[in-house]
Design a binder for this molecule. Sequence first.
Ligand code: 0L1
Ligand code: MG
Length: 263
Amino acid sequence: MIETDVIGHIADELYNAETNAYEVDKFVDQFPELDVELAYHIQDRLIEMKCNKENAKISGRKLGLTSKSKQEMMGVHEPSYGVLLDNMQLFEGDPISTKPFIHAKVEPEIAFVFDKEVSGDHITVADILDATAYITPAMEIIDSRYRNFDFTLPDVVADNSSSSRYLISERFYQVNDVDLRLMGMVFKKNGEIVATSAGAAVMGHPARAIAWMANKLKERNQRIQPGEVVLSGALAKAFAIEPGDHFSVSFDGIGALEAAFIE
Ligand code: 0L1
Ligand code: MG
């Protein structure tokens, strides 16, 4: 297949798998030419399709696979990033239906909301913090379209880094009021602590992960825009969701966020 056909074919397969909630096999076995660069072109096509078919708009970006332990677990050697759309956002207090999901999991994250475009030759942690309007607790619901979450780095990149939904708290905090590396996190499932962590779990500093993405985006002529939300990458592993589950994430200094799942 020629390259443009591969891009269209894989984007179509991933779109159909998501909208009809079924799993597909990873594509690298069928398409050996699928590398990370081609995968980001597929991700761009997938996002374009969603924007057109669902009348959705880009609301931000997400980092994935930012912790060494998650990279090792998934057998990949670098983080990935993806796009958030406005129709992926959920709101605190609204029960979350599990019906649209294939085999969703939820993970604790920190959301950065930007009020400046992030640009520059070499974007640093300081540039990210300077462009950040506020930070707030977040949860990401990931729902890989691949059977049993079995994928390679190019596969997961093409699949918009497993993104499905996200929610952020409506209480906002200044980045300078906390030490993002040392900021503690407690994640609970149905009232029991299932994970504890700190901001440093995300590449040593959550803003470092975002600076990494901003530099990668620049190579592709894209930038974080004012008003966009960026999910830093998870501070702990993702937990499978069942109807009836309740999750909460609490951070030292920036409050908490809750999510309740229904049938
Ligand atoms: O946001 C994430 O860390 C998920 C990235 C993709 C890996 C996965 O599906 O577990
Ligand atoms: Mg995530």
